[in-house]
Ligand binder design. Structure first.
Ligand SMILES: *Cc1c(COP(=O)(O)O)cnc(C)c1O
Length: 223
């Protein structure tokens, strides 16, 4: 756990108005508590079971971000407390999050996962797929009362080529801006552009990220 790295990052990001999500997957609750004691409140996890166990033993005012791929049948386990779900990639998942939010008498904020990397993965949607999801959402908005779409999340290609990474972030930011001016015009909640991790957060911020998800730089390698 690198407290000095956290201090520098916290100061830099606060100055820029960027939210720091400390990604604590595979790290013990004691590591999280150390950063919490310094003032960190946003933590990100990728695995439902691990998140549920940590949430139970850590302070109640932590904002838990679920950043991994979420299976529909697992939504109910995190619905009582999750702060933001980053990786919504289907209408079915969006509808299930709404259903579980209703059961818990709360509203759950989500981001749509945009596929920007040049890699083989089955997760995330391109611009066209996001537009299809949004038209379904608009058509059924009256029933989707307890889920709020607050922005986009994306991951760049795992490469040293920063020009390529930058181009991917630009693509995401461009689409994000397009949506703020069209589908989400007049809806200020659509304001989160979650992009940037340990290796590329500086480029992401230069290209308009409002939220970075940083693990290794704070907690060390995950082995
Ligand atoms: C693990 C993970 C991160 C953090 O990556 P680091 O390289 O450790 O900073 C960010 N976002 C997602 C979706 C992740 O799965």
């Amino acid at each position: 756990m690198d407290k000095q790295a956290w201090g520098k990052l916290h100061e830099e990001l606060t100055g820029k108005g960027v939210t720091l999500v400390a990604v604590s997957k595979k790290k013990p609750a004691s590591d999280i508590k150390e950063l919490y004691d310094l003032g960190q409140r946003h933590f990100g996890e990728n695995y439902v079971q691990e998140l549920v166990e940590k949430q139970a033993v850590l302070p109640a005012d932590i904002h838990w971000h679920y950043i991994g791929h979420l299976q529909t049948n697992k939504v109910k386990e995190i619905a009582p407390f999750v702060h933001l779900i980053h990786a919504v990639d289907s209408f079915k998942l969006l509808a299930e999050i709404n259903k579980q939010a209703v059961k818990n008498s709360r509203t759950i904020d989500v981001l749509l996962q945009m596929y920007i990397a040049d890699e083989d993965t089955k997760f995330g949607m391109d611009e066209g797929e996001i537009k299809v999801l949004l038209s379904e959402y608009e058509a059924q908005k009256d029933t989707l009362t307890n889920v709020r779409i607050c922005g986009l999340m994306g991951m760049s290609t795992f490469t040293d080529d920063q020009a390529k990474v930058r181009a991917e972030f630009v693509r995401m930011r461009t689409f994000f801006k397009q949506l703020t001016g069209t589908t989400f015009a007049g809806r200020p909640e659509f304001a989160i552009c979650s992009m940037g991790m340990s290796a590329d957060y500086e480029t992401a911020i230069e290209e308009g990220s409002t939220m970075v998800r940083i693990g290794r730089m704070l907690f060390g390698s995950r082995g």
